[in-house]
Design a protein around this ligand. Structure first.
Ligand code: SF4
Length: 253
């Protein structure tokens, strides 16, 4: 059996009778936004979509960026990318930073008492202005010929990700700027030889977040989880087409 997909789960599912807080990560909010049906199948009934394989090259870039920004965090001076982009801030130094960065061990978390839902997410970085305002920062990496941006339809998930992190920090009492930054690394493929080396262009893209959709979404998520009815799907995706196609041919046999 694949170690990445274990089929139907029976643990950590939402139980309407339970009094314990129910954990939901940032990616589960995204799943709900994309398709309440899949969210319900996953969090209530234990049938999740098969995961994608790990993006280890992207993770390597994230780790190296974290190490690099940590050097400037230690000295409490701006990283050259921040200076180049006119950002008056330094990497934020905080005793909980490593917890916030570790989604598997808590991340930045907030318990919504009325619904008893415990939301969390693992951030890449936080910068702080001289007057103590926080900027949420997310690292992204890709490789494409054209310049990177966040304008494609599918990148709505990047924007929601930023807004959820901004919301989580606000709910933890921090003064958070609506401006967040994507540190977007683009692996250059216009080189004549590889030479065991990949160069990157790095662009810092500001984004003005608006977290006003989250409060209503929290209530909708709660309502969805408590319901005994599987909701309709929110989209027409390849997984469903595969499942339907398979069901129909199996019926014919
Ligand atoms: S359309 Fe189907 S497979 Fe796709 S996300 Fe929704 S329920 Fe899941």
């Amino acid at each position: 059996m694949s170690k990445y997909y274990t089929g139907r789960k029976t643990k950590n599912l939402f139980d309407p009778q339970s009094k314990a807080p129910f954990k939901l990560s940032r990616s589960k909010i995204e799943l709900f936004m994309n398709c309440p049906r899949c969210f319900y199948l996953d969090r209530r009934l234990g049938v999740g979509q098969p995961p994608g394989y790990p993006f280890t090259l992207n993770s390597a870039v994230d780790k190296l960026l974290k190490k690099e920004f940590d050097i400037y965090r230690e000295k409490q001076v701006a990283h050259p990318l921040m200076e180049k982009n006119g950002i008056r801030a330094v990497p934020f130094k905080h005793e909980k930073l490593n917890i916030w960065r570790d989604a598997l061990h808590g991340g930045i978390a907030y318990l919504d008492t009325p619904t008893n839902l415990l939301f969390s997410g693992g951030i890449d970085d936080v910068w702080v202005s001289p007057d103590g305002q926080l900027f949420i920062v997310d690292y992204k990496s890709t490789s494409k010929e054209e310049e990177v941006n966040i304008n494609a339809d599918w990148q709505i998930s990047y924007k929601r990700q930023m807004e959820i992190y901004q919301w989580l920090f606000r709910m933890n009492g921090f003064n958070v700027s609506s401006t967040g930054y994507f540190v977007y690394c683009n692996g250059l493929i216009d080189r004549d030889i590889f030479g065991a080396k990949l160069d990157f262009d790095i662009k810092v893209i500001p984004y003005t977040g608006d977290d006003s959709w989250i409060e209503g979404t929290v209530l909708n998520i709660h309502k969805c989880l408590r319901s005994d009815t599987i909701p309709a799907s929110g989209q027409d995706c390849d997984f469903c087409k595969y499942a339907q196609g398979r069901k129909s041919v199996e019926k014919e046999k």
